[in-house]
Every structure is written in C-alpha cells, then in structure tokens.
Ligand binder design. Sequence first.
Ligand SMILES: N=c1c2ncn([C@@H]3O[C@H](COP(=O)(O)OP(=O)(O)OP(=O)(O)O)[C@@H](O)[C@H]3O)c2ncn1[C@@H]1O[C@H](COP(=O)(O)O)[C@@H](O)[C@H]1O
Length: 109
Amino acid sequence: MTGGPTGESADDAEDTAAVLDELFAVVEDRKETLPDESYTASLFTHEKGENAVLEKLGEETTELLLAAKDDDREEIAHESADIVYHLLVLLSMKEMDLADLRAELRERR
Ligand SMILES: N=c1c2ncn([C@@H]3O[C@H](COP(=O)(O)OP(=O)(O)OP(=O)(O)O)[C@@H](O)[C@H]3O)c2ncn1[C@@H]1O[C@H](COP(=O)(O)O)[C@@H](O)[C@H]1O
C-alpha cells in the first residue's frame, strides 16, 4: 500500500475504481434487462428519462454547492454519490462508458 497524492492508498484507489466499474455494470444491466422495480430502468424507458437525468444532475449540483458552503461533509459525500450515479446513467444513455471518461482524464495528466 503506497500513499498517493490524495492520501488514498493504492488499495483504496483500486477499490474506488472497482465500485465505479460495478455501478456502471449495474446501470448497463438495468438498461438491457429493464426490471419493473428499477429506478435506473425507469430512466431508460420513460419518454422524458433523459430530461429527468439532466434535471437531477442540475439539482444535485446545486445541493452539492450548498453542502460545500455549509462544510457539511456527510451531505457533500451524499450529493457527490448522487451526481456520480446520474452521470454514469447519462454516459450509458449516450452509448459512452467509463473508458471515455478515463481517456479524457488521462489526457490531462
Ligand atoms: N446509486 C444509485 C442512486 N442514487 C440515487 N438514486 C435514486 O435517484 C432518485 C432520485 O435521487 P434524489 O437524489 O432526488 O433522491 P434523494 O436522495 O431522496 O434526494 P436528496 O436528498 O438528494 O434531495 C431516488 O429514487 C434514488 O433512489 C439511485 N438509484 C440507484 N442507484 C444505484 O443503482 C443500483 C440499481 O438501482 P435500481 O435501478 O433501482 O435497481 C442501486 O443498487 C444503486 O447502486
């Protein structure tokens, strides 16, 4: 375990990557199998599902800014997670995936 520039260990970084990969795989699975009770599936099937995702991203970004202003770390984590989830749904809606995000981030290093 080596400490990275963010103070995260290599194990933590791998764990974060695994969590994102797993969540994206779940999103892709819901898109394909469309289970009735799935919130994710409802975003793919509803006529205005994409609008709903975009609205959520807007709302959650505002909530994140307010949480940051209030130094509310729990709320910052909660809103960040909501944003990441809806961002992954949006990538999937656009037939994109985490490789696109990785490529863009790597180019900036
Ligand atoms: N990560 C999420 C996730 N984040 C948010 N949401 C849903 O998004 C909807 C709207 O989120 P909101 O932030 O508005 O809801 P909220 O947290 O009550 O509102 P605020 O506190 O932010 O104001 C809610 O119904 C949440 O349940 C999510 N729904 C699903 N997932 C993941 O997707 C998986 C599959 O879920 P289903 O598609 O429902 O099977 C789950 O196991 C989770 O891992």
